[in-house]
Unconditional design. Structure first.
Length: 306
């Protein structure tokens, strides 16, 4: 439980710093957009190179991966179907689907996996599934949606391989699979730049909480409730059911699947929403609700399965 508290407390503290500097007038709302863009185009790709290059790709090819994937697919699909009632654009539906299923596997999942589960590698299936599959596809749709019409297949495929986050992931994947190591003169600055990704995103999020639209903004209450329930309840329950009943996973491995699926919506979703100006308030508020709600959710998972 110490790891759960430490992970969430660290994130809350950095977000609070962003809200504080906004409240004191040190920065304005424009600074949130600048930080988000720097994180999207520079810092996060660098972080992905270092993170993915050190990951054990073999950890992804497991039964846990399938359970995790189904846990992602079910809430995302439910949202995409339900979003028709709110007449969301393709890009907005992507952000809503990500808000319902894209977990904070990086800056929160890694420390919680290390402290709560005893092995940071246990978050690898979730982390790499998102980086290698979910995120590239979502960003491709967002890129194509920016042209103001239904995205074409060619545009989707092009977007997968031209987005900076996808490129960072692919470079890291190449390094991991080949065992190559970047020269220190290259790796050192990449690591330094990547280190600003997480705090940059969290500070930008804090600025938005203080200076952006009030909680809920123009987002229908039912939509925010749906994304939050899908993320906090449906995703971990589906992952647990598939892992336990379909694959016979139990014990510590089952706990790992459920804990990783119980993590809150990732701040990356807010960065994507800001970058493409799609459903920003929905992403921001879902992150807030699920970050608060994930504390008892993870604690309950540990209590019941630990």
């Amino acid at each position: 439980m110490e790891g759960v508290v430490l992970g969430f407390a660290t994130i809350a503290a950095v977000i609070a710093v962003g809200a504080l500097v906004a409240h004191l007038g040190v920065v304005d709302l424009a600074a949130q957009g600048v930080l988000a863009r720097v994180s999207f185009f520079v810092a996060t790709p660098a972080l992905l190179v270092t993170t993915v290059s050190k990951a054990d790709i073999h950890e992804v090819l497991s039964r846990s991966l399938v359970a995790t994937a189904v846990g992602v697919a079910v809430p995302a699909t439910i949202y995409l179907v339900a979003a028709r009632r709110w007449r969301r654009s393709a890009g907005e539906r992507v952000i809503g689907a990500l808000s319902s299923s894209y977990v904070n596997a990086g800056n929160l999942g890694l420390p919680i996996a290390a402290y709560v589960l005893g092995d940071a590698a246990l978050v690898a299936p979730t982390l790499l599934l998102q980086l290698l599959v979910l995120q590239p596809l979502a960003l491709a749709v967002l890129d194509a949606d920016g042209v103001g019409r239904r995205p074409r297949v060619g545009e989707l495929l092009t977007g997968v391989f031209t987005n900076p986050l996808t490129l960072g992931t692919l470079v890291g994947l190449t390094l991991s699979l080949t065992g190559w190591q970047l020269p220190e003169v290259v790796a050192a600055p990449i690591g330094l730049i990547g280190a600003m990704a997480v705090p940059g995103v969290l500070i930008a999020y804090g600025i938005s909480l203080r200076l952006g639209p009030g909680f809920g903004g123009d987002v229908p209450t039912g939509e925010l409730t749906l994304t939050s329930v899908l993320k906090l309840v449906v995703q971990p329950v589906v992952a647990w059911a598939v892992a336990h009943y379909a694959f016979g996973i139990d014990g510590h491995a089952l706990l790992a699947v459920v804990v990783c699926s119980s993590l809150p919506t990732a701040q990356n979703v807010f960065v994507h929403a800001t970058r493409y100006d799609r459903a920003t308030t929905l992403a921001r508020d879902t992150i807030l609700v699920t970050t608060i709600g994930a504390v008892p959710a993870v604690a309950l998972a540990v209590l019941l399965l630990g």
